[in-house]
Design a protein around this ligand. Structure first.
Ligand SMILES: [Zn+2]
Length: 64
């Protein structure tokens, strides 16, 4: 069932983005696409290499 909401909050998503996500080790990343609302899209892009943390998982934009 496709989620009609942002990955991080109940808002409707604005865009689907490619992210790298990890828990403890930034070199051990999983790649996925997640849907984000406008607010969280901005936060993710501002977070940069250190990532945006959500429930113990860190996310950064892009597959690298
Ligand atoms: Zn959101």
């Amino acid at each position: 069932m496709p989620l009609r909401r942002c990955k991080f909050c109940p808002q409707p998503p604005l865009e689907e983005v490619a992210v790298s996500m990890w828990t403890d080790d930034p070199s051990d990343v999983r790649r996925d696409t997640i849907k984000l609302c406008r607010k969280h899209l901005v936060r993710l892009r501002k977070a940069g290499d250190t990532g945006h943390e959500h429930r113990g998982v860190r996310y950064r934009p892009g597959f690298w």
